[in-house]
Design a protein around this ligand. Structure first.
Ligand code: PEP
Ligand code: MN
Length: 307
């Protein structure tokens, strides 16, 4: 039995299909869903209204398009403070930054670890920002949750089920990135792992799929936004930085996402991209980021939303 707001979901094992019809006729039963569905709690069918996820002063899934900004990785106190000040000035309410970085090569910068978490908390507080940062292993979940306002589960971890469960147990909002090869139903089934543990605060993030053309790092699946909005009541945001991998393409991807109905964006920002320890090629400078926010705001207004 699972309770979601005003509804209670009762799982029935076995039983013939004709029994479902009998249950559906009961006055206390709203709907009978097939038990082989990979996700139920995440489905729009179960809950018509949009779920709103609050993170500090930000609310994902409401009328505002929430923009998250910050560096790929926390590198130093000065680097983070410069970026945090710039994103706060742009009106952003959530600071991103990796302390534990999933890098393709074990020789690449792996993040500052707990020191990175300390810096995120300290500097975010200076500018009244909330913090979202990645958790890579189940045993890190409590530690990351003790510093962060929202836990990010990266693309590479989308089907790390023990990690999804550990993140759910912290009761912090979770930013779940779509895997670079995830079908949308698989993605929603991953979200279901968090919801079924009683944590309803999940924000989904499309971040581009692995494809064959090398002109962009990944292929942004813009249509994932309206499709997901139909399939689920959970907020859906887009990461134009990892989707494109190139700073000169980030704004175009961000604008397409807002026009397609995304509930937010997560954008990488670095004051000196050429010196960045990770993902410098896709980082926007502060001024470019502020310009992106201004235009995104005009696009949001055109579809009855705001930034
Ligand atoms: C990130 O946001 O820093 C990141 C590693 O993203 P993804 O998991 O989408 O590759
Ligand atoms: Mn990155």
């Amino acid at each position: 039995m699972t309770r979601t707001g005003t509804r209670t979901m009762v799982r029935v094992r076995g039983g013939a299909p004709e029994q479902a019809v009998r249950y559906e006729r009961l006055p206390c039963v709203e709907r009978v869903l097939p038990s082989d569905a990979p996700y139920v709690l995440a489905a729009r069918l179960l809950q018509g209204r949009n779920t709103e996820v609050s993170v500090g002063r930000a609310v994902f899934g409401a009328s505002r398009v929430e923009i998250i900004g910050g560096p790929c990785a926390v590198e130093s106190e000065d680097q983070l403070r410069t970026v945090a000040e710039a994103v706060a000035k742009a009106g952003v309410r959530v600071l991103r930054g990796g302390a534990f970085k999933p890098r393709t090569s074990p020789y690449a910068f792996q993040g500052l670890g707990e020191r990175g978490l300390e810096l995120l908390r300290k500097i975010a507080d200076e500018f009244e920002l909330a913090v979202v940062t990645e958790v890579m292993a189940p045993e890190q979940a409590e530690l990351v949750a003790s510093y962060a306002d929202m836990l990010q589960i990266g693309s590479r971890s989308v089907q790390n089920f023990p990690l999804l469960e550990a993140a759910a147990r912290t009761n912090k909002p979770v930013l779940l990135k779509r895997g670079m090869m995830s079908e949308l139903d698989e993605f929603l089934a991953s979200a279901e792992y968090i919801l079924v543990r009683g944590n309803a605060q999940v924000v989904l993030c499309e971040r581009g799929l692995r494809s064959f053309d090398r002109h962009t790092r990944n292929l942004l699946d813009v249509m994932a936004v309206p499709v997901l909005k139909r399939l689920t009541h959970l907020p859906v945001i887009v990461d134009p930085s990892h989707a494109t991998g190139r700073s000169e393409l980030v704004a175009s991807a961000a604008f397409a996402a807002v026009a397609a109905g995304a509930d937010g964006l997560i954008v990488e920002v670095h004051e000196e991209p050429e010196k960045a320890l990770s993902d410098g090629r896709q980082a926007l400078r502060s001024a470019e980021f502020q310009e992106l926010v201004r235009t995104a705001s005009a696009i949001a207004a055109a579809i009855g939303r705001c930034v």
